[in-house]
Design a protein around this ligand. Structure first.
Ligand code: PLP
Length: 478
């Protein structure tokens, strides 16, 4: 339990100190709290970390260089960082039941980069060194080194397509993963919009990827990771699961058995700041077999770890081990169901027809709107969301036809079934009173929106009532 009075004093004093150096930054920190307190945050990837997690980030652990691994650093004086990283890794291993945990990645993207290169090191570099009869890359002669470099560039990755809910780091061209790997995607069934495992298996048989990657940012359903592992095994692929979005539901034991990626995947990556409710950061979990190559994250793709952030991860993971967190995680999933039902009974179309995780993906095309127009109309009414593609989106990745909503943040504030049903009502009120704005040529466009008079005021008033009844950081005063 947070000692609210102590946290208030800590922040008041911290802000005084910051103010004396750069008042604009102290001002931005204050007004971010006000904005977060006053908006209906439905962004599926966001949450509210506890004061204990937040306070752990701001201190002198940040000043220490500690390249290397626990007990094996390239700098002197790392005993406290060793403690921090050991506790974070220990909590991560125990919480997720993982054989190995690596707490250094600074973000989800970093965790994925560590995972990709670890898999390449284990699967490609290791056998190549064996073939050359050397232990170390530096001992390869120039020809063997050229052969190895070329092999790295020839590898294949199969991941979920962006418009079905996959992530940019799963092999898409604007991201380095799409430049490192030959990539192919699996989508969802055109009718049900659900993952079609037989289609994934067929794609895997044909494409023979080195890495089969599962996980998503915008797919509102659970995944059968045991089935994904079977597919990976059949074609000799490494199964990597990116649970960045739903790690909180795994930690909170909402996803168990085949829905828990950790016992099934060779390597699992995650962020720590989404449903897991920790600091911004990443983690890699791995089976023993992959652990030695994951440990080479630094110097492979990382420099010095952010020791203050690893400390905050350790605190967040300690929180996630509690019964209270399990109750929270179950509420996140229950609330998503209520939210989805609230839309369905009001006639709003949902991708896959519902949810069984923390995400609800609205298809707003029936309102005659693009995702971009819906997103900006909702924002005008004080509801913060993000637009998102729907499968085979006719409006592409910029304008889109969808709006993604998530329950982790508002559930942290204490929103329950009544509030989430009301949220659906408010969102529907906004969308059904929004029309496309006209372009310079006087025709309906894809970017601008027009929200009918009075809607913003009444939605703001209804939200304010719920937000005040469920305060963010109750008692925390700046
Ligand atoms: C959010 C997300 C990431 C990236 O996390 P960052 O911390 O923003 O780098 C990676 N993969 C998935 C599936 C995500 O949802």
């Amino acid at each position: 339990m947070t000692d609210v009075a102590a946290a208030s004093t800590a922040y008041q004093n911290a802000l005084k100190v910051i103010e004396s150096v750069e008042p604009r930054i102290a001002g931005a920190i204050r007004s971010e709290l006000t904005d977060q307190r006053e908006s209906l945050k439905l962004i599926a990837s966001e949450n509210y970390a506890s004061p204990a997690v937040l306070l752990t980030m701001g201190n002198w652990l940040s000043d220490k260089y500690a390249e290397g691994t626990i007990g094996h650093r390239f700098y002197a004086g790392c005993q406290n960082v060793d403690t921090v990283e050991s506790v974070a890794a220990e909590h991560a291993r125990e919480l997720f039941g993982a054989e190995y945990a690596y707490a250094q990645p600074h973000s989800g993207i970093d965790a994925n980069l560590v995972a990709f290169w670890s898999i390449l090191a284990h699967r490609i570099e290791g056998p190549e060194l064996d073939r050359a009869g050397v232990k170390n890359m530096n001992d390869l002669d120039e020809d063997a080194w050229e052969t190895l470099r070329k092999k790295f560039g020839e590898q294949r990755m199969l991941g979920m397509s962006l418009d079905a809910g996959g992530h940019l780091t799963h092999g898409f061209r604007p991201n380095i993963s799409g430049k490192m790997f030959h990539q192919r995607s699996y989508g969802t069934d055109p009718q049900s919009q659900l993952l079609d495992y037989d289609a994934v298996a067929a794609a895997a048989r044909e494409f023979k990827p080195l890495i089969l990657i599962a996980g998503y940012s915008a797919y509102p359903r659970r995944v059968d990771f045991a089935r994904m592992r079977e597919i990976a095994d059949e074609v000799g692929a490494t199964l990597m699961v990116d649970m960045a979005h739903f790690a909180g539901l795994v930690a909170g034991k909402v996803f168990t058995g085949n829905e828990d990626p950790v016992p099934h995947a060779h390597v699992v990556t995650t962020t720590t700041h989404k449903s897991l409710r920790g600091p911004r950061g990443g983690l890699v979990l791995a089976s023993e077999e992959y652990a030695p190559s994951v440990d080479r994250g630094c110097p492979m793709v990382l420099g010095g770890p952010l020791s203050n952030m690893m400390a905050a991860k350790a605190v967040a993971l300690a929180e996630a081990r509690t019964e209270e967190f399990r109750t929270y995680a179950q509420a996140v999933a229950d609330n998503a169901k209520t939210l989805a039902d609230g839309f369905l009974k009001r006639g709003t179309k949902l991708v896959t027809g519902g949810t069984d995780n923390h995400i609800v993906l609205l298809d707003v095309s029936a309102y005659g709107l693009t995702g971009r127009q819906a997103e900006s109309a909702l924002l005008e009414a004080g509801i913060v969301t993000n637009r998102n593609s729907v499968p085979s989106d006719p409006n592409g990745a910029w304008y889109t036809s969808g709006v993604r909503l998530g329950t982790p943040a508002l559930t942290s504030r204490g929103f329950g079934a009544d509030e989430f049903d009301r949220v659906a009502e408010l969102v529907v009120d906004v969308l059904s009173n929004t029309t496309p704005g006209l372009t310079a040529k006087g025709v309906p466009g894809k970017a601008k929106h027009v929200l009918a008079d009075g809607v913003s005021d009444r939605v703001h008033a209804a939200s304010a009532e719920m937000l005040e009844a469920n305060p963010l950081y109750p008692g925390l005063e700046l």
